[in-house]
Design a protein around this ligand. Structure first.
Ligand SMILES: Nc1ncnc2c1ncn2[C@@H]1O[C@H](COP(=O)(O)OP(=O)(O)OP(=O)(O)O)[C@@H](O)[C@H]1O
Length: 627
């Protein structure tokens, strides 16, 4: 195969294969690309002339630096968990077989990864290349996402969502300078979502522009096969969607586990928050019923839903079909809502999701519309309601009745609620409605009914477990008291979990630290780790983590290593006391050894294989430094 340098990778018109690079053809030459020089300048923190490196590569180097990728080491995290019978694996297998056969006498490796760049399969007939790829962890189980390994074909294609080729010295990492790779994303043909990547890697000296064409073609072949073997569920959903569209004039949405199909009218009506609400309606064990739904932009729709049977599987429905009819345009006589929601004292964060919630709550409070506020544990439901009350009705009474405090004395609790409601002014907050027994919920329902016309605002807070999705059959309490009470509330607002509004994290961190009365800040590494954590306990967990970090910090700043070890791992199941101790020891050993797994394993007296297994099992993820 011809030996090529990146500067020679131009097409007949003299453009680089992605159309971005300068020409290398004779004529009035722009300067030649010199990625070796450009990379040296970049790593030394100098500015890089755009004539020396292709634009997508420079952007990817900048991303790699943002992620803190170590240019001298490969720190690809390992996760062996892979279903060999997944749709991607099944669709890709014959294509990989065919291509591997055709390439068997070439020094090339064919690689399949999942959507995140985790290597799932690798084929090569070249023993030297095989050994080298093992050395650089480009092997099954390891992630080649850009955030760990820096600029590389797989990670960069995943990041950009399009075919990428990265040659020798265009790689960010020193260890990847001897190879070249071209990768193409594989998309689900129905949803358009990237489900995997296919990559060809060769020695740098034997790279060919044909690699890009080959992977693009292979990706298209796999996509076609994905369509062929598309799950019966998606096809059933699609069929039902098309049939209903012919017969209904309403806006239409179809939901499956991983897919939301909406026609143009529904797309115009619904925002991301509304998608989540529709999923929750569909997850209702009794199925999506006919009801009214207040959309996040203040309009109301009549919702009518039905299940679409999965004829192949029969058990769970294949999908939910939801028809929407607009019943009211925004009320012009209603007080004008400011275009931007107010900034509420004590409420940190400016993400669109949080601002939407603030805007809705302020409006409901101003209009005295009784509101059900739900959201996962610790999302800040009460903090928000209190701040909204102070903003809208400062000086008015504010009474909180917490169902967690009912215990034996339901009568006293209900009497106190009644007294607050009867006061006929100010805000009454009913916290933790989910903790009421069905009997007390029934009594509360009667009480709320009798005071329905009261002035002021009533907000009921409901703490939910994680969201339930259609098809997952996630359990709901059969005696869910909120079902009985729902009719009392004219509006419902969902406070999104922290993982859905990570943009708020820096502001929350600053606010919580300021509230603690100290004058520290977080390092970039710590902030990155905080932004990546899954936060099952939401803002409350963030507050606790910062308190822990404050108590454990050894320097003037909060470092990643000051954060609670539990934050740096994500286990699939609740850990026993023994397991969490073991997990903390491993995290600590990794932190003590700069993320070097071999040295951490040695210090703990366990084998390298064991530490890899444990890291995967506990979902330990310390950021780019440790992989
Ligand atoms: N936007 C925010 N800005 C600052 N602090 C917040 C914010 N949201 C929540 N908090 C803090 O997070 C913690 C949990 O908030 P809160 O008690 O309001 O949660 P909740 O959703 O009502 O919880 P639960 O349903 O579990 O009772 C509190 O310490 C609160 O001060």
């Amino acid at each position: 195969m011809e030996h090529l340098e990146p500067a020679h990778l131009t097409d007949a018109t003299g453009h680089a294969p992605d159309g971005t690079g300068p020409s290398a053809l004779p004529g009035p030459h722009p300067p030649r690309l010199d990625p070796v020089h450009a990379r040296t300048l970049f790593l030394e923190g100098e500015s890089v002339p755009p004539t020396e490196v292709r634009a997508p590569i420079l952007t990817s180097w900048q991303r790699s630096r943002f992620w803190g990728v170590d240019a001298d080491r490969i720190q690809a995290p390992y996760n062996a968990d892979f279903d060999p019978h997944s749709r991607l694996a099944t669709a890709a297998r014959p294509v990989l077989d065919r291509l591997a056969d055709a390439l068997q006498d070439t020094p090339m490796a064919l690689i399949l990864t999942d959507s995140k760049g985790r290597v799932r399969e690798r084929r090569t007939g070249d023993r030297a290349l095989h050994r080298h790829l093992d050395d650089i962890c480009l092997a099954p189980g390891f992630s080649y996402a850009e955030e760990y390994v820096g600029t590389n074909g797989i990670g960069t294609a995943a990041e950009d969502g399009r075919t990428a080729h990265v040659f020798g010295s265009e790689h960010f990492s020193e260890r990847l300078q001897r190879v070249s790779c071209a990768a193409a994303p594989i998309r689900n043909p129905v949803s358009g979502r990237v489900v995997g990547l296919i990559d060809l890697t060769s020695w740098q000296r034997t790279a060919s522009p044909l690699m890009t064409a080959l992977v693009s073609e292979a990706a298209a072949d796999i996509e076609e096969r994905l369509l062929d073997i598309g799950s019966e569920r998606e096809r059933a959903a699609f069929r039902a969607f098309l049939t209903s569209r012919q017969h209904s004039r309403r806006a239409l949405v179809t939901l499956t586990d991983g897919l939301l199909l909406a026609d143009a009218a529904a797309t115009e009506l619904l925002g991301p928050d509304d998608h989540r609400r529709l999923r929750e309606l569909a997850a209702d064990p009794s199925g999506p019923r006919e009801q009214r739904l207040l959309l996040s932009d203040g309009r109301t729709v009549q919702v009518r839903g039905r299940q679409v049977a999965d004829t192949a599987n029969g058990k769970d429905p294949a999908a939910y079909l939801i028809e929407l009819r607009l019943v009211t345009e925004p009320d012009e006589t209603a007080p004008r809502i400011p275009a931007r929601p107010p900034r509420l004292p004590g409420i940190a964060g400016t993400s669109p999701a949080l601002r939407g919630v603030v805007q809705q709550l302020v409006r409901h409070c101003e209009q005295g519309r009784w509101t059900l506020v739900d959201g996962e544990v610790g999302t800040g439901k009460h903090e928000l309601v209190r701040a909204v009350h102070r903003h809208v009705a400062p000086g008015e009474p504010y009474a909180v009745h917490d169902a967690a405090e009912v215990r034996g004395g339901a009568a006293d609790w209900l009497r106190a609620v009644f007294r607050s409601l009867a006061e006929d002014r100010g805000t009454v907050v009913l916290r933790h409605l989910d903790m009421l027994s069905a009997t007390v919920a029934g009594q509360l329902d009667a009480l709320l009914r009798s005071t329905a016309g009261r002035a002021g605002w009533v907000a009921a807070l409901l703490t939910r477990e994680g969201p339930a999705l259609p098809g997952t059959g996630a359990p709901r309490r059969a005696d869910d008291p909120v079902h009985a009470l729902r009719a009392r509330f004219g509006a419902q607002v969902t406070v999104p979990p922290l993982r859905h509004r990570t943009a708020d994290i820096p502001a929350l961190v600053a606010a919580v630290i300021a509230r603690q009365g100290t004058d520290v800040t977080c390092t970039e590494g710590a902030l990155r780790a905080l932004s990546r954590a899954p936060w099952p306990g939401n803002v409350r967990q963030l507050v606790g983590s910062l308190r822990y970090a404050e108590a454990h910090r050894t320097g003037p700043l909060i470092e990643e290593s000051d954060l609670p070890p539990s934050l740096l791992s994500q286990s699939q199941h609740p850990l026993s006391a023994w397991e969490s101790t073991e997990r903390d020891l491993i995290v600590q050993a990794l932190l003590d050894h700069g993320g070097d797994k071999a040295r951490a394993a040695k210090a703990l007296g366990i084998s390298r294989a064991t530490i890899y297994r444990k890291i995967a099992a506990y979902g330990i993820r310390l950021g780019p430094e440790t992989g």
